[in-house]
Design a protein around this ligand. Structure first.
Ligand code: FSO
Ligand code: SF4
Length: 542
């Protein structure tokens, strides 16, 4: 038995109990629960040890481990077991150095030696171990928010940007889930999680732009050239940079896939002549696209789906991503760059990619670039040529119900601008929705990791128009979610005071009716409905 309800595609919008819709097996799901349990024990001990535990070391480990449990990151039981062992070892080391004697909570005292002990324990520490449905809902809302924060914090840490306050919050949040807190205490922690998500996204924005420059408006080629190529997917810009450096002068071309598309907008990457453009679409179409690409593929982060034999020999994972029987490129312990030579050697033996699309798409509207256009944007709003912005950011996914987002984007009136980020963009970035006086009707700020840009744009517009409340702006939020980074983004938006968000294609299964009611009453969150009704409401500013 497994129970996982952390993503939007969870079975029957209730929970995956036999095998994940994502392909996660029962063993993997249970081991991920056990890893989380071990991390709680680590957090309990680190907090008890106070200054005697190295916050930066423990925090970094926790972010990596939590990142590995996000949907479509790691399907490899050996790697998850190794993280469980490391969590236990770190916990014991802290206990020993701070001379802690702990009798409870269970997470802080449990020690498993064998795989059997792991699996026995794993079956008893998951979601259903909390019986009260509202407390369960809040504990897991907090946990999923922390998973998202961990992914963002780890992306920033890879570029040398860390913030001890973020690590402190993760320890506090994990520890809090081991105690019998009231619903109100947990709601307060969920709100604090939103504040920390804002802080983390700001840190990641500083890390990305500080390292690679501000994204610029860019035309991105979606066709191919005649050389062998490497396809890079996921979100890790450092890995992408390293691939570009190591392939320079080899005759190999480099393409982005899915959420790596925004790499095309950074000045630091555009300078490479062998960086051709973007190949393919959102994550869930990877089976057919990876088959057609024909060359090696590197998955730097989510979203990885179950690997097919047809391309198993040419897909590689790195970072926290893992899949059984797929080659993993590790991070060297001595701090030297990752060695991608095996991927490059394989690329040389592969045929050039099969062309699946031709043409160009436009993107690169992160906050600095939009602010350069601020005068134009403000004039367009004042003159009425732009009547409304609709934030349609977030994730794409397999479910047919997501056709709603394509249809809504197509039906929006011509005086509406879509602000997007994340793989949700693939629902509208190839529709040819035109522009308003030179301002494209789809402004892509970047990855879901760059959603912070959309918040900055909204806050700047509020300032420019002299408004007191972000909700007075002519902006509607119509967001598609899929995995736990989207939960962190949602909590971040709520903490910035954004109200009336439409969320779809379904509300999270982990929101109990009472918790959903609190979100509706406090923030007027609503599920997406049918296109015509939502369109009418958006036009009326609701
Ligand atoms: Fe998409 Fe996947 Fe970026 Fe997510 S590729 S769904 S929110 O993991 O990370 O937008
Ligand atoms: Fe199911 Fe989503 Fe969990 Fe996968 S991540 S097991 S699809 S709820």
């Amino acid at each position: 038995m497994m129970f996982c309800y952390q993503c939007q595609e969870t079975a029957k919008n209730t929970g995956c109990t036999v095998r994940g819709v994502c392909g996660k097996t029962e063993d993997t799901a249970n081991l991920q629960d056990l890893l989380l349990f071990a991390l709680k024990g680590l957090a309990v001990c680190a907090l008890k040890a106070g200054g005697k535990a190295d916050l930066s070391e423990t925090g970094r480990f926790i972010t990596k481990a939590l990142f590995s449990t996000i949907t479509n990151v790691n399907f490899d039981n050996d790697r998850i077991s190794a993280l469980i062992r490391e969590a236990l070892e770190r916990r014991e080391a802290i206990k020993a150095s701070a001379e802690l004697t702990l009798t409870s909570p269970d997470a802080a005292v449990w020690y498993g030696d064998t795989e059997d002990e792991f699996m026995d324990k794993a079956r008893s520490v998951g979601v259903l171990a909390t019986h009260d449905e509202d407390i369960r809902s809040l504990r897991w809302l907090l946990t999923y928010g922390m998973k998202g924060i961990s992914a963002y914090a780890e992306h920033a840490a890879v570029l040398g940007y860390r913030d001890p306050d973020i690590y402190s919050f993760l320890l506090k949040g994990l520890e809090a889930t081991t105690r019998d807190l009231t619903a109100q205490e947990l709601i307060d922690l969920v709100m604090e999680c939103g504040n920390t998500a804002v802080k983390t996204m700001a840190l990641l924005d500083a890390a990305n732009t500080g390292t690679y420059g501000d994204p610029e408006i860019s035309r991105v080629n979606i066709g191919v050239r005649g050389n062998p190529g490497i396809l890079v997917s996921g979100h890790d810009l450092k890995d992408f940079e390293e691939i570009l450096k190591q392939t320079e002068g080899t005759g190999i071309d480099v393409y982005t896939h899915s959420e790596m598309l925004p790499a095309n907008y950074y000045p630091a990457f555009k300078k490479y002549g062998h960086f051709v453009g973007n190949y393919g679409n959102a994550w869930w179409r990877q089976n057919e696209e990876f088959e057609q690409f024909g060359g090696p593929i590197l998955m730097t982060t989510n979203c990885l789906i179950p690997v097919k034999d047809s391309y198993r020999h040419r897909i590689f994972t790195t970072g926290m991503v893992g899949y059984p029987d797929v080659k993993h490129i590790p991070e060297p312990l001595d701090g030297s760059p990752k060695d991608f030579s095996e991927i490059i050697a394989l690329a040389k033996e592969c045929p050039p990619p099969v062309e699946i699309e031709t043409g160009e798409i436009v993107g690169g509207f992160a906050h600095a670039q939009v602010m350069k256009l601020a005068d134009k944007v403000v004039d367009a709003v004042k003159s009425g040529t732009i009547k409304r912005f609709v934030v349609m950011a977030g994730c794409d996914g397999r479910s047919k119900a997501r056709g709603y987002f394509t249809e809504l984007a197509q039906s929006l009136p011509n005086d509406t601008v879509i602000l997007t980020a994340g793989c949700a963009k693939y629902r509208y970035n190839k529709l040819g929705l035109g522009d308003i006086g030179g301002i494209p009707r789809v402004l892509d700020a970047g990855q879901c990791n760059d959603s912070y840009s959309l918040a900055v744009i909204a806050l700047k517009l509020k300032e420019v128009f002299g408004l007191n409340d972000i909700n007075e702006l002519p902006i509607s939020f119509d967001i598609g979610w899929y995995e736990q980074k989207a939960v962190a983004v949602l909590l971040a938006l709520l903490s910035l005071g954004v109200k009336h968000i439409r969320l779809g294609p379904t509300l999270p299964a982990f929101l109990s009716p009472n918790v959903a009611k609190v979100l509706v009453e406090k923030f007027d969150i609503m599920p997406t409905g049918n296109v015509q009704d939502d369109l009418a409401a958006i036009r009326e500013g609701r």
